[in-house]
Ligand binder design. Structure first.
Ligand code: HEC
Ligand code: HEC
Length: 186
């Protein structure tokens, strides 16, 4: 009986310490892509190659040891490698100002960014890329504090009507497409 109580107290104390240091969440960062679960750090004995190791091998030279885009090759690269500490991403299915989905990041890592130095990482397995996505998410606390958001639903293409075309002309002015494409679209 006495032993039990001591054991319970010990476990509670350990949990308090882990919560206070953020130890649990930082360690347990995951990604979910379809039925694949990615692990940032050590997904058990079977997965010694989880996110952190992969990042060190393939990504660190550009995105840097701190994930801030200041890898040793960054000086020579334009556009610059993404700064993961800012948690602001270019290719998202989610509204402006929100975090991307795990799938969005997974697709970016898979496809790469044509005309930049960001390669397509197709030679890695799906599991490898899921682990990398989980690891990238450890670089910003926003992945713990922000609520996950649903992707934007793109409605079916509207039929061509006069009202639609007039609305398009209005938008062309409003969001300043003309600044590059010109008033006459030339
Ligand atoms: C040779 C340099 C280089 C390497 C190596 C590299 N990246 Fe990148 N990465 C870039 C650059 C440059 C960009 C920015 C592209 C842009 O702005 O269009 C980028 C952007 C990204 C983005 C941003 C996607 C978005 O929507 O904003 C992610 C995620 C990413 N890289 C992940 C990785 C991962 C994971 C690895 C390792 C497997 C990796 N990168 C290795 C150069 C690199
Ligand atoms: C900052 C300059 C800039 C602005 C602003 C801009 N565009 Fe573009 N747009 C371009 C460039 C450059 C290309 C050619 C890209 C290429 O060839 O890869 C392009 C290409 C396109 C294309 C052709 C895509 C294709 O498949 O060939 C369409 C359609 C288009 N823009 C529509 C728009 C609309 C609508 C807006 C306003 C919402 C807009 N653009 C605003 C620079 C701009």
């Amino acid at each position: 009986m006495k032993h039990d109580k001591t054991a319970v107290a010990l476990v509670v104390a350990m949990i308090v310490v882990l919560l206070a240091t953020g130890g649990i969440s930082a360690f347990a960062q995951e990604s979910h892509i379809g039925n694949v679960t990615g692990h940032a750090n050590g997904g058990g004995q079977l997965r010694p190659d989880a996110g952190k190791q992969l990042y060190r091998r393939y990504c660190i030279g550009c995105h840097g040891p701190q994930g801030d885009g200041n890898g040793e090759n960054a000086t020579w690269i334009e556009p610059k490698p993404r700064d993961f500490t800012a948690a602001v991403f270019k290719c998202r299915s989610t509204p402006t100002g929100t975090l991307p989905t795990d799938d969005d990041l997974f697709n970016s890592v898979t496809r790469g960014f044509i005309t930049t130095n960001m390669p397509a990482w197709k030679p890695l397995t799906n599991h490898n890329r899921a682990d990398l996505v989980a690891y990238i998410k450890t670089y910003s606390a926003r992945w713990k504090t922000d609520m996950p958001v649903e992707p934007i639903v793109i409605p079916p293409e509207p039929s061509v009507t006069i009202e639609g075309i007039l609305h398009g002309r209005e938008l062309y002015q409003k969001v300043e497409c003309w600044k590059c494409h010109g008033a006459e679209g030339h």
